[in-house]
Design a protein around this ligand. Structure first.
Ligand code: FAD
Length: 389
């Protein structure tokens, strides 16, 4: 299948070349991480230019194109060192779930607000006693007239302090019901009884939090799917999303690798390291890893365009990109930390970028399904190994 659409690629590339604010780019020496308002403005502009909601129907603010264009746009976005979306949960998780199980009224109300950056979403799934095994979650939703009341606690909620909505997974049945009796809600973050408490991360980036619910009222129009169906529908969507979200990753990693090498070339001590056999080999292996991540993406897009199911492919991809990126981030930091005192502005800018990348990569093998859990899925579904006692 031909995944190319040259005219579309040219349009995307031209838009980005002329509109991305230079200071947004993390591979530029004068890079200054943009604040929340600047990110929202930029992402709204990307949407107006056709670069968000690419595959969503036009009736809900999308652009009605296919995954082929989504892939091309992501390749072009990944080539640049742009900041990550501040509304990725809205665009890559809540939006697709609402498209799959929301009512017509919900689609018209929530989806344009996500794309226009009027509503930022966070994801309230994990709890102190339920992470990999979400079936153990205890936050309860009980009937309150025609709506619901939520009581419980979520943890590791990325972006909660800036969010207007939480995609909440809560229990409508008993804990023994495991995955049955779990429902999804679109909870307003300004609801009475909802409290956000910040968690400090080692990257020192703001936005990570615990979220507490004390009898929080949810109106009937904010319940997503039927009480017992929301979870299974969400899981179907999540399997596809795990394979297709942040599709720009491989191209972003390539940008990081190029940045690392060009910063090293500008410093005699680091340049000497690039000539050492072991570093040459590890950098070459990084390029191979990047090509393998690309090699996961393109067939996945082809399979989905062809209407096929992707099975455990999402787990293979998640495992590979996160492990590969963590290895690369450690290598980059090992090299850059050997720069002598008084290094150039370009080297110091690379050190700042790669220190952040190194620290953030520690979490990449945990969130969206930890490495051990992905290996378990592959052992089960790909190799069909017998389960131990
Ligand atoms: C930076 C970051 C951002 C996050 N953002 C969000 C968010 O926005 N919303 C949200 O809901 N959650 C979020 N999470 C939470 C994330 O989804 C969980 O941390 C993850 O699912 C793991 O759950 P846990 O932390 O409870 O660890 P546990 O599930 O307790 O796992 C602990 C260890 O045991 C291993 N393990 C668990 N089960 C098995 C098994 N069956 N076989 C083998 N090994 C196993 C795991 O691999 C891990 O090494 C975020 C996490 C991080 C680090």
């Amino acid at each position: 299948m031909n995944l190319e659409n040259e005219a579309y690629r040219r349009r995307v590339r031209d838009f980005l070349a002329t509109h991305v604010p230079e200071s947004f780019l993390a591979d530029q020496p004068d890079h200054a991480p943009p604040g929340l308002e600047a990110c929202k403005e930029w992402e709204a502009a990307m949407h107006r230019a056709g670069l968000a909601g690419i595959t969503w129907p036009e009736a809900y603010g999308g652009h009605g194109l296919t995954l082929r264009e989504h892939l091309i746009a992501n390749q072009e976005i990944g080539r640049l060192a742009l900041p990550e979306s501040v509304n990725s949960i809205g665009k890559e998780l809540a939006g697709p779930i609402i498209l799959a199980i929301g009512t017509e009224e919900q689609k018209r109300r929530y989806l344009p607000a996500i794309l226009e950056m009027r509503e930022i979403w966070c994801q309230g799934f994990s709890e102190p006693e339920a992470g990999s095994d979400l079936a153990g979650l205890r936050t309860r939703a009980v009937r309150d007239g025609n709506g619901w009341r939520i009581t419980g606690q979520k943890i590791w909620t990325s972006g909660a302090p800036r969010a207007q909505r939480c995609l909440l997974l809560a229990r409508t049945g008993s804990v023994e019901d495991r995955h049955r009796g779990l429902a999804l809600f679109a909870v307003r973050m300004d609801s009475p009884g909802l409290r956000v408490r910040a968690i400090r991360q080692m990257t020192d980036k703001p936005g990570f939090a615990e979220v507490f619910f004390d009898e929080v009222r949810v109106e009937p129009e904010d319940a997503l799917g039927a009480p017992d169906e929301g979870w299974s529908a969400a899981i179907r969507v999540l399997a596809i999303e795990r394979a297709t979200n942040r599709m720009y990753r491989a191209w972003r990693f390539e940008n990081e690798l190029r940045h690392l090498i060009s910063a090293c070339r500008q410093d005699p001590a680091l340049s000497a390291l690039l000539q050492e056999g072991s570093y040459r080999q590890r950098l070459a292996a990084t390029q191979v890893d990047i090509e393998l991540v690309k090699g996961h993406v393109e067939p996945t897009v082809e399979a989905l365009l062809d209407g096929q199911s992707i099975g455990a492919r999402g787990s293979l991809m998640k495992l590979h990109w996160s492990e590969a990126h963590q290895r690369f981030a450690a290598l980059a930091w090992e090299i850059l930390s050997q720069a002598p005192p008084g290094a150039s502005a370009a080297v110091r800018a690379a050190q700042r970028r790669f220190q952040d990348i190194y620290l953030a990569a520690r979490a990449e093998t945990i969130y969206a399904g930890a490495t051990e859990v992905q290996l378990d899925i592959i052992a089960d579904r790909v190799l069909q190994l017998p389960r131990g006692k």
